[in-house]
Ligand binder design. Structure first.
Ligand SMILES: [Zn+2]
Length: 293
């Protein structure tokens, strides 16, 4: 079932940061930069954390082994239905429930992520295939849930311990029937992306999308939307493919420039690349309301 998310809880969750919690727990006198961080971000109190847990939004830290994380990714992805993922993706737009769209990127990654055991690499403790750690100590899923609910997709980390969390959360969400308003907004997003000038880069796109009536997104929310469409293969290039057809180790994925920290492959995308028709048809071909070209 989909429990309503209380606005009070969402606001508290949006302010949660495991770094703030760690600084607040430290036993040494705080460094000026630590104090500044706490001053800006605040600290979630034990009572607030307990409330978030009771709302199903916060989680106690746990240790998670790489192989267990991959096992869960594979099992959860098998339980996921594509239409459940896309129904929820579409219904995130009119409802403003960003967590509804957060199943798309992890489910897309599981289309090609190999089922594998931890494989040592030259980087200490990191897997050569997926960049996941051999053992993740004190995994803080609450941090990831902030991205799910407040930004709508995978944030910086795209490794198995994060993917299994997103998929597990997705599986708990009931289907939502998409509304005419959802289709209108999503069609407008795709039409806008199709019509951009050749030289437009992902960082420029927010100023075009924000003109769409009913499309409410901060710069960061818009960025994660474009990143998830890249991961899903819709915003890819001729040489840099999304995860629908090619698995790329997210920790070793190339960047367009040393300054760019956008996710692969949308980092390389420009308006000239347009929308990948095949990927669009794979995800949304069963919805006559969605324009595929
Ligand atoms: Zn791995």
């Amino acid at each position: 079932m989909n429990r309503p998310v209380e606005q009070k809880a969402l606001k508290l969750l949006s302010k949660y940061s495991s770094l703030s919690q760690a600084i607040a727990r430290s036993e040494h006198p705080l460094q000026p930069y630590e104090q500044r961080w706490i001053d800006v971000r605040g600290v979630t109190s034990d009572e607030q954390f307990a409330y978030l847990k009771q709302q199903g939004l916060a989680f106690d830290p746990v240790d998670l082994h790489h192989d267990e994380a991959v096992k869960r990714c594979v099992a959860y992805a098998q339980q996921c239905q594509k239409s459940h993922v896309t129904d929820l993706f579409l219904s995130s737009f009119a409802s403003g429930r960003l967590d509804y769209r957060s199943g798309l990127a992890p489910f897309a990654m599981m289309q090609t992520m190999p089922d594998h055991r931890f494989t040592p690499s030259s980087a200490p403790h990191a897997c050569a295939i997926c960049s996941g750690w051999e053992i993740c100590k004190e995994v803080d899923a609450t941090d990831w849930n902030v991205d799910r609910h407040c930004a709508g997709s995978l944030g910086l980390l795209k490794t198995p311990e994060v993917i299994q969390f997103y998929l597990a959360q997705h599986l708990q969400l009931a289907r939502q029937a998409s509304r005419a308003e959802d289709f209108r907004i999503v069609n407008a997003v795709f039409d806008t992306l199709r019509s951009l000038d050749a030289g437009i880069k992902p960082t420029d796109v927010h100023r075009f999308l924000r003109n769409i009536a009913g499309f409410k997104a901060t710069v960061y929310q818009c960025r994660l939307l474009l990143e998830m469409l890249g991961i899903a293969g819709i915003l890819e290039t001729g040489n840099q493919k999304g995860y629908l057809t090619h698995y790329t180790n997210p920790g070793l994925a190339p960047s367009k420039s040393h300054k760019s920290d956008w996710a692969y492959p949308v980092d390389f995308w420009t308006g000239a690349d347009g929308l990948n028709q095949k990927a669009l048809a794979f995800w949304f071909g069963d919805y006559p309301e969605i324009r595929l070209a």
